[in-house]
Design a protein around this ligand. Structure first.
Ligand code: AMP
Ligand code: MG
Length: 469
């Protein structure tokens, strides 16, 4: 069977989606992104081509369901041991121990205005027509201890952020004060505590500021800095070695003679890895030679916590990834009931997770999204492993093999208070531009041959929806 027959129709059908009953193409009683649940019922696996040129001759006769394959992978992924990192490097990482306030935050009472530190009771009777005169006894500047204390009938000049001197309990802003020689006239009354930022208002000493397990984003990074930490214990970013296999491949930017294919997979994976917060390590292109691939991978072990290769996991005679690892027993090759991305390899090499992806560029993208991204997030200690999803109404038909979960490239937009998804093009797994135009993958479940205009589907969003509303 050819993969040409599958794919979305190019144009939306002239159906009135508003009057249609929306067929729901997912189990509504189920969490959108299942974890640990039974796979949907499936028809028996049939050998079918999907652009990953499988000929039905994989190691295991039956296909694994997507959710099962993903759970099996995630089960074998370990979170990296925490390390202490300086704040700038810890940004984006998951905290491995609680952060508590080592002292009160803010550590001292300070002024919220430029003005005069006073006793509120001294100026209680002040007004524009009956100013109260106070003696200026000193000043308090930001970054310095006050050079005096404030007694009855006294005031001290004070700058924003400067410590409130002992004896004062309110700030008289400059707007309501006249300085005359060594005294100041208050022209308004202020309550006790006015414009004083009390010590411990943000947190008291010993208070939990950020619990372990929280990802350090901008506000958290600022908070740990203000709490006095120069470094924090976090789960580190995995270094992820990326290799492309194929005699036909050339690096982008080089001359590509007829028949050559530019290595795009390494860069799709680079971007995907980087976006998770992990560190991509480009290992380059290796020829379809078993020893060359093995050497390349083993040569990267000291620099990597995880490996990804693309290509060479099918049943062609030069499918080197299988030949390199099949006999070692540490990488399993199997078929997943999904389109694209059916042939997959997963295991470990030198104690590090190894993902052997199919070669087709869209299969690489989808496999990364479905299997590798959650695995990398787990290595980094993240608890939110899956992409956010929306339920969207299709405005194009999308067809695919009935016995597989189809991940269809769609563009989702907000329209009349609901999400609408349009296919971005045909479904063949070499058409990378269809991914570049998309912002989501519609999940067409096993058992559905054609998801039709008006059907409701789950869509995994792989980009922020900025500008889509
Ligand atoms: P393979 O699984 O190695 O047989 O590759 C399947 C298809 O993907 C072939 O058309 C390859 O040329 C193509 N392909 C493999 N690796 C890459 C790559 N790194 N970049 C772009 N296309 C690739
Ligand atoms: Mg190949």
């Amino acid at each position: 069977m050819s993969d040409q027959k599958w794919g979305a129709e190019a144009q939306p059908r002239p159906t009135d989606m508003d009057t249609a009953e929306h067929r729901v193409l997912f189990d509504q009683g189920r969490e959108p992104e299942p974890a640990g649940q039974d796979p949907p019922a499936t028809s028996p696996a049939q050998p079918e081509g999907d652009g990953d040129h499988d000929a039905g001759g994989h190691d295991e006769g039956s296909m694994r369901q997507v959710d099962d394959a993903r759970l099996q992978i995630l089960d074998q992924i370990r979170t990296l041991e925490p390390i202490e990192l300086p704040l700038a490097e810890a940004f984006g990482c998951v905290l491995a121990s609680d952060i508590v306030a080592l002292s009160a935050l803010p550590p001292f009472a300070s002024s919220a205005m430029d003005g005069f530190a006073v006793r509120a009771s001294d100026i209680a009777a002040a007004g524009p027509d009956r100013p109260v005169s106070l003696k200026v006894v000193g000043r308090s500047m930001a970054g310095h201890p006050p050079d005096a204390t404030v007694g009855a009938g006294e005031a001290m000049r004070i700058a924003t952020g400067a410590p409130v001197p002992a004896g004062a309990d309110a700030i008289l802003p400059v707007e309501h004060a006249w300085l005359q020689g060594d005294s100041v006239q208050a022209t308004r009354a202020f309550d006790e505590g006015a414009y004083v930022r009390p010590s411990g208002q943000d947190a008291s000493e010993g208070e939990l500021l950020i619990p372990a397990g929280r990802r350090i984003s901008a506000p958290e990074l600022g908070l740990v800095a203000s709490a006095g930490y120069g470094s924090i214990l976090v789960h580190p970013r995995p270094r992820v070695a990326i290799l492309a296999t194929g005699d036909e491949l050339v690096e982008p930017g080089r001359q590509a003679p007829f028949g050559a294919i530019r290595d795009s997979n390494s860069f799709t994976l680079f971007g995907g890895v980087r976006e998770t917060g992990a560190v991509p390590v480009l290992g380059g292109i290796v020829k379809d030679e078993v020893d060359e691939l093995r050497d390349a991978i083993l040569g990267l072990t000291t620099r990597s916590d995880c490996f990804i290769s693309s290509g060479g996991v099918s049943v062609g005679e030069r499918d080197v990834v299988k030949m390199a690892f099949f006999r070692r027993g540490d990488v399993a090759f199997y078929r997943v009931a999904m389109q694209p991305g059916m042939p997959q390899g997963f295991g470990n090499v030198e104690g590090r997770p190894y993902f052997g992806l199919p070669g087709n560029p869209v299969s690489v993208f989808v496999s990364f999204e479905v299997f590798i991204r959650p695995a990398l997030l787990k290595m980094m200690g993240r608890r939110d492993l899956f992409r956010p999803e929306v339920e969207a109404i299709l405005d194009t038909d999308i067809s695919g093999p009935v016995n597989k979960t189809v991940f269809a490239r769609v563009r989702v937009r907000r329209e009349a208070h609901r999400w609408v998804a349009s296919s971005t093009g045909p479904g063949q797994s070499n058409l990378l531009s269809t991914v570049a135009r998309a912002n989501g993958l519609a999940v067409i479940p096993v058992g559905v041959e054609t998801a039709q205009v008006g059907d409701r589907v789950r869509v995994m969003l792989f980009r922020a929806l900025e500008g889509e509303r």
